[in-house]
Design a protein around this ligand. Structure first.
Ligand code: HEM
Ligand code: HEM
Length: 179
């Protein structure tokens, strides 16, 4: 099997990017859920948000690498399906990429505007490059939590629903291309 994509299937690197993004997304979400469940200002409360931010920045970086790889590589031809389904699929994929980039960007911008540190696992702290503006930080937080997050959840559910539909009903082996 090849590192690169072919006209028929995804290559090893694209598969690695896909499944690593899924695992990291679960971890990013898990950290914020842990944060919200922890007593305010406890050790867990502080550690979990630090990890949420560090994993979120890492996922954003992974998405940039993944998109670059997609742009310089062939993409497999879509499997036979009605034109409207192919169109919906490409909008959902485009929306997933958009949301997976918008989440880390809004996360970083809101932390910067709030003057809160972004530490990469305690090894390195990102420099403060924006002027603190708490009011604007609140607006960006709304984008992070109330716009792009619900969008990401909705598109992910549609995407997984479509994968199950292909597996169980159409039975065209679509999932096999990503395994
Ligand atoms: C793909 C990446 C990311 C995802 C999926 C994500 C997801 C989330 C979610 C689901 C919440 C909670 C929403 C709610 O309570 O309604 C949240 C809150 C938050 N996120 Fe992210 N996030 C990501 C990246 C980042 C990054 C890179 C940073 C900062 C560097 C960040 C900083 C925060 C902060 C400060 C909060 C607020 C926590 C609180 O209210 O105490 N996020 N994020
Ligand atoms: C059980 C979970 C999942 C399954 C079975 C699955 C399956 C697949 C398959 C089979 C493809 C290739 C479609 C094709 O060849 O036309 C694909 C593409 C894709 N998946 Fe997933 N996926 C899952 C979860 C996720 C999650 C959680 C995300 C992100 C939130 C995601 C993001 C994407 C994106 C962005 C593409 C488009 C790739 C491209 O066109 O560059 N997937 N997925």
């Amino acid at each position: 099997m090849s590192i690169q994509n072919t006209h028929d299937t995804w290559g090893q690197l694209a598969k690695l990017f896909h499944w690593l993004s899924v695992v990291m997304l679960l971890a990013v979400w898990g950290m914020v859920a842990w944060h919200e469940a922890s007593p305010k200002d406890s050790e867990a409360y502080i550690q979990s948000i630090m990890l949420h931010k560090a994993l979120g920045v890492s996922l954003g970086t992974l998405m940039l690498a993944r998109l670059t790889w997609r742009l310089i590589n062939v993409t497999p031809r879509p499997l036979a399906a009605p034109a409207w389904q192919q169109m919906v699929a490409s909008y959902v994929h485009g929306g997933l990429y958009l949301a997976l980039l918008a989440m880390p960007v809004t996360g970083m911008v809101m932390s910067q505007l709030a003057g809160k540190p972004i530490s990469l696992f305690g090894f390195f702290e990102l420099p403060q490059w924006l002027t603190v503006n708490k009011e604007l930080a609140g607006d960006i937080k709304e984008l992070h939590e109330d716009v792009f997050w619900p969008l990401l959840v909705l598109l992910t559910m549609a995407h997984i629903g479509a994968a199950i539909y292909h597996q169980k009903i159409v039975k065209d082996g679509l999932i096999q291309r990503m395994l």
